[in-house]
Design a protein around this ligand. Structure first.
Ligand code: PLP
Length: 288
């Protein structure tokens, strides 16, 4: 993977801001998922030959989509354990994953829960947790801020699912930078603890999660969100997704409106990709 496609796109408005476009990294391996997989795949390759990767996700999982492509490119066998019954017609994400050679195994929600809480083993396979949530995942995300010059920014904002990406950002940010995570899940107060577990010991930049921008909860959309994504695209040319990055930019706009930032603030928003998720919307809803 080379990072030459990535850019910093300015965001017009009263607060100086730019977006780090990890969505441009690769046509299929969405933004942050590449970084979370990097050291997980390296560890698997060091431990196993031939490599067989097993990981977990739901029917719309960006992590499943990215793992399928990354394994195909590396020539690794891979299996996706999918939450819920096999759908009569698999959606876009699963169809693509299968087309890239991922073997899919559907399990009930109960079994999935047991599996993802540590009750899963498979002989001869390297298991990557759901969402790439482990210290290898965080380690890869420590490289995000050095792709382009980002030292000038005073604030770094990122959407949060498992918090792995945010942990990598906190571990690699400079002491003068404030890290703000926007959880896209409702009632995700456990995240502070999960993120802390992945942090290096010692001094670190200030960080916090702002828990009121989930817009109703995971994958919940609203006409206001759809409008916002369409308008933001018209004004900036930057496409965002309904689950993560749309909510992140909406949170940034709301905070700007509330004068959360100062005149001297320079805000970096991390575009973590995820645009493949929009393909599960009926066509015409988004005008991206
Ligand atoms: C998976 C994903 C996230 C969440 O990353 P975590 O490391 O799990 O917090 C954010 N944005 C996009 C687009 C994603 O696909």
């Amino acid at each position: 993977m080379h990072y030459s496609n990535t850019t910093l796109s300015p965001i017009p408005g009263p607060v100086t801001a730019a977006m780090l476009r990890l969505d441009l990294l690769h046509p299929e391996v969405s933004g942050n998922k590449w970084f979370k997989l990097k050291y997980n795949l390296a560890a698997a390759a060091a431990a196993l030959s031939p490599v067989h990767i097993v990981t977990f996700g739901g029917a719309y999982s960006n992590h499943i989509a990215a793992t399928a492509v990354a394994c195909k490119e590396a020539g690794y066998r891979c299996t996706g354990i999918i939450r819920g019954e096999r759908p009569p017609v698999p959606g876009h994400t699963l169809q693509q994953a299968q087309a890239h050679g991922m073997m899919l195994e559907y399990v009930s929600r109960e079994t999935y829960k047991t599996y993802t809480q540590g009750g899963f083993q498979r002989e001869g396979a390297w298991v990557i947790p759901e969402g790439g949530h482990n210290s290898y995942g965080a380690r890869g995300c420590e490289e995000i801020l050095s792709i382009l010059p980002t030292a000038d920014f005073t604030h770094i904002m990122c959407a949060v699912g498992t918090g792995t990406t945010l942990a990598g950002l906190i571990n690699s940010a400079l002491p003068h930078q404030q890290i703000i995570g926007i959880p896209v899940l409702k009632g995700a107060q456990y995240l502070e603890n999960e993120i802390t577990k992945l942090l290096h010991p010692g001094a670190r930049p200030p960080w916090q999660l702002l828990h009121n921008f989930h817009g109703g909860g995971y994958a919940k959309t609203s006409p206001a969100l759809i409008d916002f994504i369409n308008t933001f695209y018209k004004e900036t040319g930057i496409p965002t997704d309904i689950i993560y990055t749309g909510k992140l930019v909406m949170a940034f706009h709301e905070l700007s409106r509330q004068r959360y930032f100062q005149d001297t603030s320079k805000v970096l928003l991390i575009h973590t990709g995820g645009l493949q998720g929009n393909l599960s919307l009926p066509s015409g809803v988004l005008s991206l």
